[in-house]
Design a binder for this molecule. Sequence first.
Ligand SMILES: C[S@@+](CC[C@H](N)C(=O)[O-])C[C@H]1O[C@@H](n2cnc3c(N)ncnc32)[C@H](O)[C@@H]1O
Length: 279
Amino acid sequence: MTQSNADQIAYWNGEVGKRWASQQTRLDAMLAPLSKAALQTAAAQSGENVLDIGCGCGATSINLAESVGSNGRVLGVDVSTPMLALAKERAGTNNRQLTFTEADAAEHKFEQASFDLLFSRFGIMFFANPDAAFANLRKALKPGGRLAFVCWRDWRENEWVRAPIKAVRPLVGPQPQLGPEDPGPFAFADPGRVRRILANAGFDAITLKPFEANIEIGHSLDDATDYLKEFGPISRLLTDATPAQKEQATIALREALTPFAGTTPIMLGAAVWLVTAKL
Ligand SMILES: C[S@@+](CC[C@H](N)C(=O)[O-])C[C@H]1O[C@@H](n2cnc3c(N)ncnc32)[C@H](O)[C@@H]1O
């Protein structure tokens, strides 16, 4: 483990990792349209060897394994013990071409030049030193191999984050602000930065395609409110909130979500980059 990624490794092995594992079906439903777009962009082919970076509970690793078939191979890499435990359980024991490894993708010694495709669904924005991480990952790619991942655009472009943050932020007092390059969900929001990181790591033909979709936040106002309090940027805002602040935040979140509650499930807009590059 690199010292620099230690905070993220602790974070994904703590309460958050356990919560992701316990709510993964719901998270997969929420991410479904973004996942579909990312997998279509990656277009894994029969017989290919694929690395799923920050694979979490393994949803996309399983999808990729279906695409590469019995002649292909998928390796999911992640730092979170509870999330990987679920990934292994979901993959089952008969799935010989799908394996998982618990490692820091930024520095793990992958077999050199062994993968046709490096893929990730929201698993590559947490590196303390992304230049070094992508340089390490690139070494695992075969000559002519490709990279495809999905990452969040700026939080202000993501209605599912913007509307709740506007409601909750005034209630919790001044918060330490993440810089735009600090590891976190929006660390790859700036397209110039993404291009720079990938070019520095030796990737070519870098493309960022904007993609938007409405994503499922909850089945009812209460459900959506609870969900936002437990996952993502709002849960981070509420980490150190007092019980009274949490109660106020619940009321404010409910109000902020009310305009979207005309349909079931409650859907809010999401905005991502579909990123591709080649060696
Ligand atoms: C937002 S979650 C996405 C999980 C999964 N790809 C999905 O879409 O359900 C981010 C994932 O990246 C993993 N991660 C963070 N830093 C990592 C690192 N240095 N090496 C490998 N995985 C990492 C976390 O443990 C977590 O599973």
